[in-house]
Design a protein around this ligand. Structure first.
Ligand code: PHE
Length: 481
């Protein structure tokens, strides 16, 4: 590359870096600190911090419960080791090769694809507000457990009367979003990352304990069977669509985040094995969360399967009942919600960082001002989601409440589109070899090279296209799936 090009790239990097300084600090600091571990652990932990969150603990179990248990789990795992793997390798390698965040990375390879940066950017902008609404629910339950209100929280109508009220859900949403904004504004992610690095293992151990306990509840075995046995009569296009959306959401894919993380990854770190570790960790936590919740649903509903379809409230309705049945449940429950809160915060921080850096990159605004603007915008969008369960419950878009609609439009429409175009872009524009070379930098062997190429070029794009078309047609009531 001529010297001139180098300097352009360098300049681009500086501009690009302004917005991502904090994210950079976050990743770099971990890498520097962990350089004894060759920098890989640092990368894996930072990416896992973004990946593991409410998606695993709150979203996965309710989808698995709703979409047939074992069959959903099976489809999810199959997708994770094929699609999820290929897409994550592609995103990280794209970012590391471009040395730029998502907005600019696509444009750098091919001007015609610069729209992709914007498209991918819409996703975190939509997710952050409603993610904060759920984060607020977690704080509410944490507070309830701390204040000795466990028994009340375990009552049947508690969750519904909470989310359908006006003041409290808004207050807790504001606390969660405010906390996220404060951390991003003060640039103290490092502190949070440190705390959560220590709390994550505690969360895993606690979840394991609760899962074992749940499985042993009377009547829970039916739930275990439901969760583990794929029943093909429950299989439908919707199952696959839901599993795919969940995969993107949970692994923070199809929204440019992993591209940005990749741009900070050291050249000597192995992309393939990092990806495997991140997805193993992410899927493991989701799996455990399902095991904590689904058998318990069977136990408490006395076999009434309609409880499985209740959607976003499932974790909040079920877990307090579990905690209530064991000695010291209030303390364990409070600790559990606190740990979930930390996992949620590391994800919301990475969401907000991304949104903030998108605006800084695009408009060159000051960081503090941008944080406040993003905060304001998120308050407005988040209010729609919160009040959509209460005073605005009658307002529906495509038959969905605001929160469900935001979730649907990001997970089931925009993310598949971004994933689809990413596959086409990698498969046919820059060609898989370009990224294979990146993965193989420094004589690393890319073991699943064949799988990667076949996935990216053929299977993933065709599959995503089919799923996408059927989901959109069904949302508009044209077909029934
Ligand atoms: N992956 C996170 C979770 O599972 C959510 C998230 C999505 C975080 C996108 C950052 C970006 O909760």
């Amino acid at each position: 590359m001529p010297l001139f090009n180098y300097s352009i790239v360098f300049l681009q990097k500086i501009c690009d870096n302004r917005g991502r300084k904090n994210l950079a600090n976050q990743v770099f600091s971990l890498e520097q600190k962990r350089s004894g571990f060759s920098g890989k652990l640092g990368f894996v932990l930072a990416a896992a911090g973004s990946a593991v969150g409410l998606g695993n603990i709150w979203r996965f179990p309710y989808l698995a419960a709703k979409y047939g248990g074992g069959i959903f789990l099976l489809v999810y795992i199959l997708l994770a080791i094929t699609f999820g793997f290929a897409l994550m390798v592609a995103e990280i390698a794209l970012g590391r090769k471009a040395q730029l965040s998502a907005v600019s990375a696509f444009a750098k390879f091919n001007r015609k694809f610069s729209f992709m940066g914007y498209l991918a950017s819409i996703v975190p902008i939509i997710i952050l507000p409603y993610y904060s609404v759920i984060g607020g629910w977690v704080i509410k339950y944490f507070v309830a457990f701390c204040c000795g209100n466990m028994s009340a929280a375990a009552q049947d109508g508690y969750f519904n009367s909470f989310i359908s009220s006006t003041g409290e859900p808004v207050l807790y949403f504001a606390i969660f979003l405010g906390l996220t904004a404060l951390i991003v504004l003060l640039g103290v992610e490092k502190g949070i990352e440190k705390v959560s690095k220590f709390m994550m293992p505690v969360l895993v151990i606690l979840s394991l304990g609760v899962a074992v306990y749940s499985v042993c509840l009377p009547g829970a075995m039916d739930g275990v069977v439901y969760y583990f046995t794929p029943d093909f009569s429950h299989f439908s296009v919707t199952t696959v669509l839901a599993a795919m959306g969940q995969l993107f959401y949970s692994m923070s894919l199809a929204m440019g985040i992993m591209i940005t993380y990749g741009s900070y990854m050291k050249k000597e770190v192995n992309i393939e094995s990092s990806t495997r570790q991140i997805s193993l960790f992410d899927t493991g936590i989701a799996f455990l969360a399902g095991l904590m919740i689904i058998p318990a649903v069977f136990s408490f509903s006395g076999g009434d399967q309609s409880a499985l379809g209740q959607g976003p409230g499932l974790m909040f309705v079920t877990l307090p009942k579990v905690f209530e049945t064991f000695p010291g449940g209030a303390v364990v429950g409070a600790l559990f919600f606190l740990l979930v809160l930390f996992a949620a915060l590391t994800s919301s921080i990475s969401l907000m960082e991304t949104v903030v850096s998108i605006f800084i990159d695009k408009f060159g605004w000051k960081r503090n001002v941008t944080c406040l603007i993003v905060l304001g915008g998120s308050v407005v969008l988040g209010l729609l989601s919160t009040l959509g369960y209460g005073i605005w419950a009658d307002v529906k878009i495509l038959g969905m409440q605001f929160l469900d609609f935001f979730d649907f439009i990001s997970n089931s429409v925009i993310m598949p589109v971004v994933a689809l175009i990413t596959c086409i872009f990698v498969g046919y524009v820059i060609k898989p070899q370009a990224l294979i070379d990146e993965v193989e930098t420094g004589n690393v062997r890319f073991k699943s090279k064949k799988l990667f190429v076949i996935m990216i070029k053929y299977i993933a794009p065709i599959f995503i296209l089919l799923i996408l078309i059927s989901s959109v047609l069904s949302a508009f009531g044209i077909i029934k799936i």
